[in-house]
Structures are given as C-alpha cells and as structure tokens.
Design a protein around this ligand. Structure first.
Ligand code: HEC
Ligand code: HEC
Length: 408
C-alpha cells in the first residue's frame, strides 16, 4: 500500500471513530435525547428539559440573568418559579437507589435524585428515570396535565416512530399510558447516562490518563482539595461504582449551613408557598417526613442536601454571554471563590444582622447570614479551614479543570 493511500485510509478510519462516537446513541438513548430537547412537551410549547439543564452551561441553568439573582427557573407558565436551583442533569445517573446504612448509630442516606433524594429509584430501579417523570407534570415546570398528555404529544411528534420502536408498537394505545410513560423516563435516563452527557472529557480526565499535566496552581488546588480543604470527604475522587472516573460526589447528604437566597422568587408565590418568607427548605428531612418508613429519621436530616457532582461546575460556553452561574441548592453563591470562601470562613466571621443578606453585602460587611436550616449543620468538616487567599484560589483553579469538552 502506498503511503498516500494509507494516510487517506487512516484519516477515514479516524473519522469513522470520531463520527461514530459522537452519534453512537442507542435507539433508547436517541429517543431520550429527542424528549430531552422537545419544547412541545410543556403546556405552552415553550420549554424542554434543556431550558433548565443546558449542555453549554454544564447541564444546569443557562440563563445568566436568572443565575445572578433568584437562580430558580420559571416554568412553562410565565411567573411561576421553582424553589431550588437546577443541579446538573449530567453525572446524575450513577446515583444508586436511595437507601441508608447505619453508621455511628445513625442512618446515613445515600443515593436518589433531586437535592432531597425524593426520586428514589425504588419503582423503576433508576432514580434518574423516576426524576425524569417529574418535570413534565410539575405545575412550576413543564406543567402538562397528565402522563397521558405527555405520551399523546410524543405520539404526534417527529420522533413518534422511534418511540414505538423503543417502547413497543402499542405504546400509543391509551390503555398503555402507564407503561409508555415509564418508558419515557427510562429513555431519558438512558440518554442522561450516555457518553454524550456523561463525557468524562475534562482536562482533569486527560491528566488522570497521563495525556497532559496540570499547572502548578491546579495541582496545588487538587492537593488542598484532598487534604486541608477536606472537599474530597464528600466530593470524592475515588473511581465510581462501575469503575468510572471520579464523580466528585458520594451521593450522601449534608447541611452546610447555606444561607437563604433573599432573591428567590418562591418567597413571593403565595399559591405555592403560603409560608412566604418564613418558608425554609428542609431538604432530605422534608422528604423523609413524607414517608412512613423513613419518618423516624426526618429530624436528624433536616437541612441536608445531596452532595452535587463538581464536574462541569465551571462550564459555561461563550455563546451564552459572560459567565454567570449560581452555586448551592438555592444559588446563594455567584462564583466558585465565594463558596470556597464560605467553606473556609463560615464559623470564623460573625453572623450578619439579617438572615436575608445577599452574598455581595455579606462579603462587604465581613459577616455570613445564619444558616437557612440551623440544625444538623456540619461543623466537623467545614466552617473554619484556615486556608489562605492563595489556597482558596488554587482550589478554584482545580475545579475549573473539571469542564468537559477538552481535546488533548
Ligand atoms: C423549570 C426548570 C426545570 C425543567 C424544565 C427541568 N428541570 Fe430538572 N431540575 C430542576 C430543578 C430546580 C431541580 C432540583 C429540584 C429539587 O431538587 O427539588 C432539577 C433536578 C433535576 C435532576 C436531578 C439531578 C440530581 O443529581 O439529583 C435531573 C437528572 C433533572 N433535573 C433532569 C431533568 C429532565 C430530564 C427534565 C425534562 C423532563 C428536567 N430536568 C426539566 C429544574 C428543571
Ligand atoms: C461534608 C460534605 C462536604 C464537604 C466537606 C464539601 N462539600 Fe461541597 N457540597 C456539599 C453539599 C451537601 C453541597 C450542597 C449544599 C447545599 O446547597 O445546601 C455542596 C455544594 C458544593 C458546590 C456547589 C455545586 C453546585 O452545583 O451548586 C461546590 C462548588 C462545592 N460544594 C465545592 C466544595 C469544595 C471546594 C469543598 C472543599 C473546600 C467542598 N465542597 C467541601 C458537601 C460537601
């Protein structure tokens, strides 16, 4: 074979591999993708999952103005907002079915989806699949009236034949709504678990594979992340349950003592929040209280939120405008440095006069507002870490290596 032909051939095979891996979705994953991006699956035909989980924003909220303020998203119906910040829809699928283990005589809850774990995975065997069935029918999100309506809309969509191929030839028959709707959830979860969503293509991944080196500051940050910063206690750097690269979460729950976000519009939505400004988000404890079998553990888990993955935590494509993300379950923090500074100094600064002090004011006044939920606050692993400003910055630099889409 001449050299020229062999080069042409290798380029051809290379393109096959690249093209293949980009479009190598299974029919079920492809169906889930079509559903994930379909704005017709909302009451006013104006909102898909991606409205609150944009790939360019690391599968979280892609609206800079919203992130800079209340950080919770408006649903399909104008003026109605959810009460929490959208977490990443990527890297959510490896979360196990919600369960507990007894540790030091206390029940330690692990797994589930949502900040409070209420998509347990017990029914469909997958928290992400159960999670996916929520937003379509949530009046503050896609707001459709019934599962039958979701299925009916899919059955007249451009991908209707893919739906019956994946979910069964009788999936559009009215008598089969329940099974068809479960199949919708499982397909969305299949997409969320695909290599298109869970890419593991950050600079950190390239570093783990020995393809690139990190800068001195990034490596210093990585070491602080594991040692003095104690971050890896919860955002673990061990391989995932199926040997995946680190997921940066152990899927447990903790109350960090995050303050209220005074700009959260949910405080002023009386129809959904009769408590107004007295409302507090009880997180896992609130969900456990709703379950007969878990009620006894509710009080000890009030205020605890699921440890989020830190993958893509800095990801923000320039197409979205200047970077503006929000961090924490209510989006109180507006930059990575701010939340690291909170871990570092929560207990070292005095409490602010008002529990409703926005982050910029708290920083200017040298105080932190009291926790939204003052019980069960973790004082062992955070609060007064004695990190220097340079060490805070190094930890931030390390987190910035976790954005997918890096080509070595
Ligand atoms: C209006 C905004 C909005 C829309 C639309 C929306 N989500 Fe979400 N999503 C959120 C919020 C807010 C949360 C956290 C809610 C909570 O914890 O109570 C969330 C949580 C999640 C989670 C949990 C992640 C984890 O680690 O626990 C996944 C996965 C997810 N959404 C996927 C989807 C899918 C799939 C759709 C479409 C069917 C969708 N979302 C539509 C706002 C939205
Ligand atoms: C005790 C467990 C624990 C430790 C230790 C910990 N975290 Fe977290 N982290 C959490 C939990 C739980 C949340 C969500 C809390 C909330 O919003 O109420 C969170 C949220 C975050 C977020 C926001 C992510 C998002 O998408 O909103 C960032 C960033 C973060 N942690 C970074 C760090 C860094 C850096 C350290 C070390 C300095 C650290 N964490 C230490 C448990 C922990």
């Amino acid at each position: 074979m001449t050299r020229k032909i062999s080069i042409v051939l290798s380029i051809f095979f290379l393109m096959l591999i690249i093209g293949g891996s980009a479009s190598a979705l299974t029919p079920s994953e492809q169906l889930g993708k079509s559903i994930f991006f379909d704005t017709n699956l909302s009451v006013n035909n104006n909102q898909s999952c991606a409205a609150c989980h944009g790939p360019d924003a690391g599968w979280t909220g892609p609206d800079a103005a919203i992130n800079a303020g209340g950080a919770v998203y408006e649903g399909s119906v104008a003026g109605l907002f959810g009460n929490r910040k959208p977490p990443s829809a990527a890297y959510a699928t490896p979360s196990p079915i919600l369960h507990y283990v007894i540790q030091k005589k206390e029940a330690l809850f692990i797994g589930g989806n949502f900040w409070d774990g209420r998509a347990t995975g017990e029914v469909l065997g997958s928290p992400a699949a159960e999670q996916a069935l929520g937003p379509f029918l949530n009046p503050l999100e896609q707001a459709l009236p019934s599962a039958a309506e979701v299925v009916a809309r899919i059955c007249v969509s451009t991908y209707a034949s893919l739906f019956t191929q994946v979910c069964g030839s009788d999936a559009c028959a009215p008598a089969n709504v329940s099974a068809a709707y479960d199949c919708v959830g499982l397909s969305v979860a299949a997409y969320e678990g695909s290599t298109e969503v869970n890419q593991f293509t950050s600079r950190y991944d390239a570093f783990l594979k020995g393809q690139i080196d990190l800068t001195k500051e990034e490596k210093q940050g990585m070491n602080l992340f594991k040692s003095k910063g104690k971050c890896a206690n919860c955002h673990v750097l061990d391989p995932g349950p199926n040997g995946e690269p680190p997921l940066f979460t152990d899927f447990t729950y903790d109350n960090l003592g995050v303050p209220r976000n005074p700009m959260n519009p949910f405080y002023s939505e009386p129809a959904f929040n009769p408590l107004g400004f007295a409302w507090i988000d009880l997180g896992l404890g609130g969900f456990l209280a709703s379950r007969v079998d878990y009620q006894q553990y509710a009080a000890a888990n009030n205020g605890k939120m699921k440890v989020p993955t830190l993958r893509n935590v800095d990801k923000w494509a320039s197409a979205l405008g200047p970077q503006s993300k929000a961090y924490g379950h209510n989006g109180y923090f507006k930059s990575l440095w701010q939340i690291v500074h909170f871990y570092n100094t929560r207990d070292a600064k005095p409490p602010c006069v008002s529990a409703f002090t926005p982050i910029e004011d708290a920083l200017a006044q040298g105080c932190w507002p009291v926790p939204e939920v003052p019980v069960n606050v973790n004082t062992k692993e955070l609060g007064n870490l004695h990190l220097t400003r340079a060490q805070e910055d190094a930890i931030v630099a390390f987190m910035k290596t976790l954005s997918d889409g890096f080509m070595p």
